[in-house]
Ligand binder design. Sequence first.
Ligand code: GLA
Length: 375
Amino acid sequence: MQEKVGRAFVERFAEEATLFASPGRINLIGEHTDYNGGYVFPGAVDKGVVAAIRPNGTQQICVVALDLEEEATFGLQEEEKPQASWAHYIFGVAREIQKRGHTIGGFDAVFSGNVPLGAGMSSSAALESTFAYALNDLFGCGIDRFELARIGQSTEHNYCGVKCGIMDQFASVFGKQGCLMRLDCRSMEFEYYPFNPQGYKLVLLDSRVKHQLTGSPYNDRRLSCERVAQALGQEFLRGATMEQLDAIRDQISEEDYKRARYIIGEERRVLAVCEALERGDYETVGRCMYETHWGMSKDYEVSCEELDFLAEVAEAAGVTGSRIMGGGFGGCTINLVKEELYEDFIARAKEEFNARYGHEPMVYDVVISDGSRRL
Ligand code: GLA
């Protein structure tokens, strides 16, 4: 990908450019907890975005999306978003950097990516982080990594209509080979957890049901949580207990009650998983993953039939843990599988899913990798 992008830049702009990359992410557990001030447990993956970028001495930005064979041009100071939706991410990043008082110039860029789109692996965060990291580096803005992640998050909020939390951009920017990261989204403190479960594999099964958070009920979920937090007199749902939730049950809708019940359970599960990992207790990790799946399906209602089916196939095949990953409404399950069951599980999932839905899920082995970098 690196060579392809570099070559395409030279062909289009007749100059050499600097290459940058940022990854997509997985999340072991802690879903929809980030915007509730809770914990998440992601890691960066070996799939991402690579961009060749070169300042051009003008006030214009010219970007080629190699995979789509499309090009977008817009001014640094322009208020109007460009037409192509992929260009909103780059437009947003450039605007957000400038909003924070930094000076950048125009640039030419070519980029390509291999994070499966709509799979819940944060292809958009990979794109935002690549450009945020690169512009900071090329124009010497001196922005720290947390702020780079926030620039990506604000891009989603202000230019893409998704009121996301910080997990995806954080994971993309801070990723470290072989390590998951437990992030406290309230204090922004985090720890790297070397993750090498002996005898197990982590594998994603992509239902290929398209997941699009823009215009999805994602923002509604966030609003539910905010209403409950307010009824509890708290800034975030983080730290709330089931007793507290039950005490205000008649002040909130049944739907909001269920949403909050999931979040409270999920917060407990992230901590349980971290403790279990320290003991090498993968059975507990897996049990929590299934609990998350069914919480996301029944209480948070962000799963879909195909993903419930994949979690059921996993359970029937004796897989240690399986759950929907990411924002939901389609995408992947993440599966923790004993090595000796791996082949059988994949074959079974492909066959049974195909028999029911007419296509096989895609299979991605998880390789935990580094975050944003200059190549
Ligand atoms: C999306 C958002 C994240 C997070 C997850 C769910 O990926 O971008 O901020 O809320 O959904 O955990």
